[in-house]
Design a protein around this ligand. Structure first.
Ligand code: TXA
Ligand code: MG
Length: 356
């Protein structure tokens, strides 16, 4: 499938002509297209089989170029600018109110916006007259892609600009600034919670609330009763009536409604050393448990940054390894980036009923 790789110039040309291209970012690969063009966005949803109620993040070259699409009150603007200056370009997404005059028609009343740091992505954005709508470049629900070949394997035929392995290996941290006096963390990500918490506390004396991750039970129930998809070009506030069974909290971030990050093979999160199941592969760090038929070490030293960088790579490899029939994960530390890793793994394992 070599033919799916494209050069920088080709990627730029395709994007200018409203085609979809998979691009490297510093977090994970994104499936990108002109955010102002509804048919391009439709193609992204189709390729990913993404439920239409789940909006895409919009990527800009700079916070200045977001001005025409967003609308903030003065307090919101102050916090937005400070966070932008502190963390952009980088793995932070801010959810802010959309400017009603924005040309981003296929988006709800709020936008998730970010300035990515990857030099190829930045260079593309610099040469385009529009921002790029881009979700992670994986089929909806599956593992995120941190290398170009992950995209080639799971979204065959999609042109991919290869930028090497993604630096962070985890998606951006998402902070909701719709109510600036009460910022909320919607998704744990590559920037640890504590970093944003202390930033906001030191600069504005406001604390960052954390939106509780969905319980495993709740996630399982979604499989039986998936939320209705109602995307018709625009997500309107009134459409939220379809979600009457969900609390307002959950509706803050539609992506949390979905089961996510799941390998195809069953996966269990271990609580400690245990007997392996036949054909079970182990995702390890530090000293691996004994008795597992294949082992992927995320970091021999147990360095959290290295573990994050290699997490999806390890899951992809074990998932593709024909001699491995199911996956086990050693118990992760829960501090700092560990909480993001755990959240991804818990969501990835929640669809499977394997007892420890
Ligand atoms: O690092 C990242 O964020 C990567 C790279 C490609 O930028 N993108 C990414 O996109 O992870 P995606 O679509 O896989 O996840 C975006 C999340 C979803 O959970 C979605 O619900 C949430 O962001 N989101 C996007 N726009 C939103 C909005 N207006 N309000 C609330 N949540 C939003
Ligand atoms: Mg994703």
């Amino acid at each position: 499938m070599e033919h799916s790789f494209v050069s920088f110039d080709k990627a730029l040309d395709l994007l200018k002509h409203n085609h979809v291209v998979a691009l490297p970012t510093e977090t994970v690969y994104g499936l990108a297209g002109n955010a102002y063009c509804s048919t391009t966005l439709e193609e992204i949803y189709r390729l990913k089989k993404r439920p239409h109620h789940n909006p895409l993040i919009v990527h800009y070259e700079s916070s200045g170029s977001m001005k025409r699409d967003i609308l903030l009150c003065s307090k919101g603007q102050e916090i937005f600018e400070a966070l932008g200056a502190g963390f952009w370009p980088g793995p932070l997404t801010l959810v802010v109110p959309k400017n009603p005059h924005s040309s981003l028609r296929s988006f709800p009343d709020s936008l998730g916006v970010r300035c990515p740091a990857h030099p190829l992505m930045r260079n593309l954005l610099k040469n385009l007259s529009f921002p790029l709508g881009a979700p992670s470049a994986n089929p909806s629900g599956y593992l995120s892609p941190t290398r170009a070949h992950h995209v080639i394997e799971h979204l065959p035929g999609v042109p991919v600009l290869d930028g090497g392995p993604c630096h962070h290996g985890l998606e951006s941290t998402i902070v909701d600034l719709r109510h600036p006096e009460r910022p909320r963390l919607l998704r744990l990500g590559a920037i640890p919670f504590d970093d944003i918490y202390s930033f906001l506390w030191e600069k504005f004396s406001i604390s960052l609330e954390i939106l509780k991750p969905l319980s495993t039970e709740f996630q399982k129930s979604l499989e039986k009763k998936p939320p209705k998809s109602f995307f018709e070009g625009t997500l309107k506030n009134s459409d939220c009536h379809d979600f009457s069974q969900f609390s307002d909290e959950i509706l803050l971030c539609p992506g949390l409604l979905l089961r996510h990050y799941e390998p195809r093979k069953p996966m269990r999160l271990l609580k400690g050393p245990t007997k392996s199941l036949p054909g079970e592969g182990l995702l390890s760090f530090g000293q691996p448990y004994e008795g597992f038929s294949c082992v992927f070490s995320l970091s021999d030293q147990g360095c959290l940054k290295e573990m994050a960088h290699r997490l999806f790579q390890g899951l992809h490899e074990l998932d593709n390894n024909p001699s491995c029939t199911c996956l086990a994960v050693m118990p992760f530390p829960s501090e700092g980036l560990g909480s993001t890793l755990l959240e991804r793994l818990q969501r990835g394992a929640c669809g499977y009923d394997i007892k420890n």
